[in-house]
Write a protein that binds this ligand. Structure first.
Ligand SMILES: [Zn+2]
Length: 320
């Protein structure tokens, strides 16, 4: 058993308490390689923001859970070396079984998500409660989910939105003991969140109703990339093909962050930033074959994107 505390990581408890009180949200950025991790830590150290490093099941398959855990431990030391030790959470994104959550908790994760949202309600309650009981014994925080997000993210996919029912949240939170709740209000996984020509709106009215039922309880938004059109344009101008990609307008996320929403997951925008940077270099310098010459600029572009998110969307700058 490796406790996250030995690694210098923190759980989400204090961070969420302060974020809800302060009207901002903590960034949850996914990582599965070194350049992403460097970009996240550099961006959050420079903006003095706490951060949640997320590992999805796809990342575990791609990069190996043990390696990622050592990278998170490295991130703690890296932040110190950069001159400002920010609070860092290592979080399992979309855990689907008790066994997986347990294995992450035993190998140094400080926070886990158990996503039982695809199960019938009572099964979701039972599974989430089981994970919470084990996690809390180890002072690890747990995120549950009610409602289903549309879209595709690694192994998590669904064809349609099932909005969270405000009538269920109080019972779910009480019976499971979760520390935070992911809700479905129209955000979705992937880069194709809204059809071209439709009004990209999330249901802030449902969020308000949920907040009335569980005042001050930490809420999480998944699938909250904005799909910056300048990045899509670069990708398309350099041989890519992403014509109808539309995301969540940043103003809507900003207003959600001012409420009890205290964790916002952003993954696709980072993928777009890296892809745009790499495509541009390949187009402009076709002779380039040193990976550092394209992964380096991709990392810098990712870092700029994350700094923008922290300062202009989440509001978590200077909160570390
Ligand atoms: Zn998600």
């Amino acid at each position: 058993m490796v406790s996250y505390k030995e690694l210098g990581l923190v759980n989400t408890k204090e961070l969420f308490k302060k974020a809800v009180a302060g009207g901002y949200a903590i960034p949850a950025f996914n990582f599965n390689n070194m350049e992403q991790m460097q970009a996240i830590i550099q961006a959050c150290v420079e903006t003095k923001s706490p951060v949640i490093l997320q590992v999805s099941s796809g990342a575990r398959k791609y990069a190996n859970q043990t390696l990622l855990r050592y990278m998170a431990q490295g991130a703690v030391e890296y932040a110190k070396e950069l001159g400002y030790p920010i609070p860092i959470v290592l979080h399992l994104d979309h855990g689907d079984t008790f066994e997986l959550c347990k294995s992450c908790i035993e190998t140094g994760f400080s926070s886990v998500m158990i996503d039982g949202s695809h199960h019938p309600y009572e099964e979701n309650v039972a599974l989430t409660k089981k994970v919470v009981e084990f996690a809390h014994k180890n002072d690890v925080t747990v995120e549950g989910e009610l409602g289903t997000l549309a879209g595709v993210e690694d192994d998590v996919k669904s064809d349609k939105h099932v909005f969270t029912q405000p009538s269920e949240v109080e019972d779910f939170v009480k019976r499971t003991g979760v520390d935070s709740l992911a809700i479905a209000i129209g955000t979705s996984h992937g880069a194709f969140k809204f059809k071209k020509g439709t009004d990209p709106k999330i249901r802030l009215d449902i969020l308000a109703e949920i907040e009335k039922k569980i005042p001050g309880f930490p809420i999480v938004l998944h699938g909250s990339s904005s799909v910056p059109q300048n990045l899509v344009k670069i990708i398309n101008e350099t041989g890519g093909k992403m014509a109808d990609a539309i995301g969540i307008p940043e103003e809507q996320l900003r207003s959600a962050a001012k409420s009890a929403v205290c964790k916002i997951n952003i993954d696709s925008d980072g993928r777009l930033a890296m892809t745009a940077a790499i495509r541009k270099i390949f187009k402009e310098s076709p002779g380039e074959f040193d990976p550092r010459k394209y992964l380096g600029p991709a990392r810098d572009s990712l870092k700029e994107l994350y700094k923008h998110k922290v300062v202009n969307v989440l509001g978590s700058n200077n909160k570390a």
